[in-house]
Design a protein around this ligand. Structure first.
Ligand code: NAD
Length: 551
């Protein structure tokens, strides 16, 4: 019987498979489960509540075994974390195709999903967990940094210096918040119920200090704010209790958001349940636990709205907490906006999104070389320069060294081709994988997040992510995935991902050029179709063909 054991991807140039594409898929599957990367590797959970890389350990073993013998003209099919077939395809085809957590519309709710999961028929794939391109908290760091920079630009004269942000959730994604705030020179108070989450972020230098009590947190925060000194403070407790308490006390908070695992009511701790009893309580009575979690979320969101009424900048950070609070009957849950319509959509119109790559060599120096190459490629891009410099100084690599930065249409392909040339020329110790989050410009339908409040009302149209996956398959990506649920939960999103391997061959160069043009191109055409001017300008300037605008 196979069971939990520590997993770590191999490093270097020795292959345990028949080619670099298969090797890359194998290493990235294993890297997702590396204890340095995954939140709960023994349960195959990578991040985001219950986001898994494989359905169970037997499926994991079968995927590893299959990848080791998979040929250059074969494709492994993965159905919700379990390998279900190997088909003969061709060398331009992906080596792996994955479909995770997808359910038919009327059945796409947590209750039915849990029933099927319990029967061993599915797993929750989140976004980059089940599609093997999670790179630890850095993956979300730049997006979070950019979001807080946009908040600073919109409301605080371009800097968070002299402001206090209040948030909760220091998990795999939420753990990026404290560092993103201090990178923008602000002060953050970050609540979590799990003492290990706080310790882990301190260890990884994402969080500065831990406060002993709410009063202590406020004292530390106001002192740092007054000195305009960046500081992030961890505070142990339940956000559904602490936010109302801080609001009632008139705490001087400027910005409020949240990244608890609210998308999954079984991963949000209700008031009145001890953290140590959470797993048992959720397993024993999922329906009762869900009701209590939603009631707590309603109190949590009500306090967020209270802070908004008191003048704070408040936004939903993509975890569906507004939707859950509304299900508990709180009618002002949607009084504050989601972060995409508030700050990110103009970037999506340019095909910009979370481009990322990882060094299969395991050498940090490979990433530092790619950092320098990017700075040379885009000398005029100031925010990219600022980010790469800060990331180089402050980001702790987890698992295989990796980097993320937001690049747009016409930029990603240039970067990818340059990386492939660097592998070909022997500048890098081994090939790279190039992928992205599913949270991208043209790869998601998610009415509470990426497609909230689209100009033409097309929020729930899910043809786009499916076209995105198909175009990536047709363009030569190394693995392609279609998921349901992700960061906002069952019934609320459909999204696609791709990863392409830069192994230095001319064939990889051809594939990279197509994939990294067409993939962000989907973002441009999706936003042109919805009527965004910026997207139309980008399409005109960069020759993106859109039949309905021709002739
Ligand atoms: P995670 O499960 O790793 O971490 C969640 C954290 O919330 C845990 O540390 C947990 O202890 C804490 N928590 C749960 N209930 C709490 C409560 N009542 N009070 C205080 N803390 C509580 O999840 P993650 O990967 O960090 O993701 C967080 C959320 O953000 C998820 O809903 C995820 O889907 C969403 N998400 C957002 C984005 C984005 O771009 N904004 C991207 C990915 C995921």
């Amino acid at each position: 019987m196979s069971g939990p054991r520590p997993v770590r991807a191999s490093r270097g140039t020795a292959l345990s498979t028949l080619g670099w594409q298969q090797e890359a898929a194998l290493r990235m599957l294993q890297n997702n489960l590396d204890p340095e990367v995954a939140e709960h590797p023994d349960k195959l959970v990578v991040y985001g509540g219950t986001g898994k890389a494989a359905r169970d350990w037997r499926s994991y073993d079968a995927m590893v075994r299959t990848l080791r013998t998979l040929r250059q003209d074969e494709t492994m099919l993965v159905q919700s974390g379990r390998p279900v077939g190997v088909m003969q395809t061709h060398e331009w085809a992906p080596r792996v195709l994955l479909a995770n957590s997808n359910l038919v519309g009327d059945w796409a709710n947590w209750e039915e999903f849990r029933r099927l999961e319990h029967l061993g028929l599915t797993m929750y794939g989140q976004m980059t967990a089940g599609s093997w391109i999670y790179i630890g908290t850095q993956g979300i760091l730049q997006g979070t940094y950019e979001t807080f920079a946009a908040v600073a630009a919109k409301k605080f004269g371009g800097t968070l210096a002299g402001t206090i942000t209040l948030t909760a959730g220091l998990g795999g994604m939420g753990g990026a918040q404290p560092l993103a705030v201090t990178m923008n020179d602000g002060v953050a108070i970050c609540i979590d119920v799990d003492p290990r989450a706080i310790e882990r972020r301190i260890e990884h230098r994402y969080l500065d200090v831990r406060a002993d009590s709410p009063r202590h947190a406020l004292a530390l925060a106001t002192e740092a704010r007054d000195a305009r000194r960046p500081l992030s403070i961890g505070l142990l407790g339940n956000a559904a209790e602490l936010l109302p308490q801080l609001l009632a006390e008139g705490a001087p908070i400027d910005i409020v958001t949240d990244q608890t695992s609210a998308h999954d009511p079984l991963a949000y701790l209700p008031v009145g349940v001890a953290f140590e009893d959470m797993a048992d309580a959720a397993a024993k009575d999922p329906a009762g636990f869900t009701t209590r979690a939603r009631e707590s979320m309603a109190r949590h969101v009500e306090a967020m709205v209270g802070f908004m009424d008191a003048g704070a900048e408040v936004f939903d950070y993509g975890n569906s907490i507004r939707g859950e609070a509304r299900l508990a009957g709180y009618d002002r849950a949607f009084a504050f906006p989601g972060f995409v319509p508030a700050y990110i959509r103009p970037l999506f119109c340019e095909g910009k999104g979370p481009f990322r790559w990882a060094a299969l060599s395991g050498e940090a120096s490979d990433i530092h070389k790619t950092d320098r190459a990017l700075l040379e490629l885009f000398p005029e891009n100031e925010s990219l320069h600022r980010w790469i410099k800060m990331a180089g100084e402050r980001v702790h690599f987890q698992g295989l060294p990796a980097r993320i930065c937001w690049l747009g249409y016409g930029e990603r392909d240039k970067a990818g081709e340059r990386f492939n040339d660097m592998v070909a020329g022997g500048e890098l110790a081994a090939p790279l994988v190039i992928g992205r989050d599913h949270l991208d410009c043209g790869s998601v339908a998610s009415p509470y997040r990426e497609t909230e409040a689209m100009l033409d009302g097309s929020d729930a149209i899910a043809d786009w992510p499916l076209l995105n996956a198909m175009v990536n398959v047709a363009s030569g990506a190394s693995w392609v995935s279609i998921h349901h649920g992700g960061g906002v939960g069952m019934g609320r999103s459909i999204h696609a991902g791709q990863v392409t391997v830069a192994d230095g061959t001319p064939l990889a160069g051809e594939k990279i050029r197509r994939v990294l043009t067409n993939d962000p191109g989907m973002g441009v055409i999706r936003h042109v179709d919805a009527g965004y001017d910026i997207a139309e300008t980008v399409a005109d300037e960069r020759d993106v063909r859109i039949p309905m605008r021709e002739g």
